[in-house]
Design a protein around this ligand. Structure first.
Ligand SMILES: NC(=O)c1ccc[n+]([C@@H]2O[C@H](COP(=O)([O-])OP(=O)(O)OC[C@H]3O[C@@H](n4cnc5c(N)ncnc54)[C@H](O)[C@@H]3O)[C@@H](O)[C@H]2O)c1
Length: 246
């Protein structure tokens, strides 16, 4: 129970990794604001947390809208009295397109969520964490923030921005640790409905021989938000079964 009396916002908490993070932090005692624009998923996650004895609230949030990101933080402070921690997990993928074929709308949408949305979230969260006396933040980037993936230009650029923002936010406030994780392929709704053959195909390229699970991600996010990671700051940790070094 590492998060008793801690309050946390989890963006993207309605699905996949964010859902696993929200449930994990709640199980370890945190009061969790599940922030997402997926209302059905978010309210389901909140009722599953409360049914298990945890504390959670849903806040309809579009992180690509700065006023919505601010309202998310305000809701956490109003309902839980303060904000200690944040897990910025919300993100969207993209279909494949070469740079010269990438529609402007796609570029703006992907960067609007993964890059600007992360910035808007951090911009709202940091003052609240400072008001609480300090805290910790974890941003979910991607291996695409550390390396290239052909035809995923908007996504790669947006996740490189997430890595840069993580490092810069880390150096700016002594009492707030800001770290990131760079997941490899993780089995969530973002990957779509993969056949077993496709899953096996991906898994064959991963040194650990499998795809990640949302729990693999929640384990590392919870560690980075906990006091066990009190001297980890500005790090972006691959959580990828060794794919980056393959
Ligand atoms: N699944 C993977 O293989 C993989 C790999 C590397 C990185 N990631 C990153 O992990 C994070 C979580 O993705 P996931 O795989 O759990 O996908 P997911 O689609 O299951 O979850 C993403 C969640 O973010 C929410 N969201 C999207 N845009 C939002 C917005 N503007 N405002 C608020 N909420 C918004 C969605 O509604 C959804 O609930 C993303 O940032 C993604 O880029 C995923």
């Amino acid at each position: 129970m590492r998060f008793i009396a801690k309050s946390v916002v989890v963006t993207g908490g309605a699905s996949g990794m964010g859902e696993a993070v929200a449930k994990r932090l709640a199980r370890e005692g945190a009061s969790v604001l599940v922030a997402d624009f997926n209302e059905a998923g978010g309210t389901r996650v909140v009722s599953e947390i409360t049914a298990a004895g945890g504390t959670a609230l849903f806040q309809h949030t579009d992180v690509s809208d700065p006023s919505s990101a601010q309202a998310m933080v305000d809701a956490a402070v109003t309902n839980f009295g303060k904000l200690d921690l944040a897990a910025n997990v919300a993100g969207i993928g993209q279909g494949h397109a070469l740079v010269q074929e990438t529609e402007l709308e796609l570029w703006q949408r992907v960067n609007g969520v993964n890059s600007s949305g992360l910035f808007f979230s951090l911009r709202a969260e940091i003052p609240a964490l400072l008001a609480a006396g300090g805290g910790a933040i974890v941003n979910v980037a991607s291996l695409a923030g550390l390396q290239t993936f052909k035809s995923l230009n908007a996504y790669v650029a947006s996740k490189h921005a997430a890595v840069g923002l993580t490092k810069n936010a880390a150096l700016e406030n002594k009492n707030i640790r800001v770290n990131g994780i760079a997941p490899g392929a993780v089995l969530t709704p973002m990957l779509g409905n993969l056949s077993q053959e496709e899953v096996d195909g991906y898994a064959a390229s991963v040194p650990s021989g499998r795809l990640g699970t949302p729990q693999d991600i929640a384990n590392v996010v919870a560690f980075l938000l906990s006091e066990e990671a009190s001297f980890v700051n500005g790090a972006v940790i691959p959580v990828d079964g060794g794919l980056l070094v393959a």
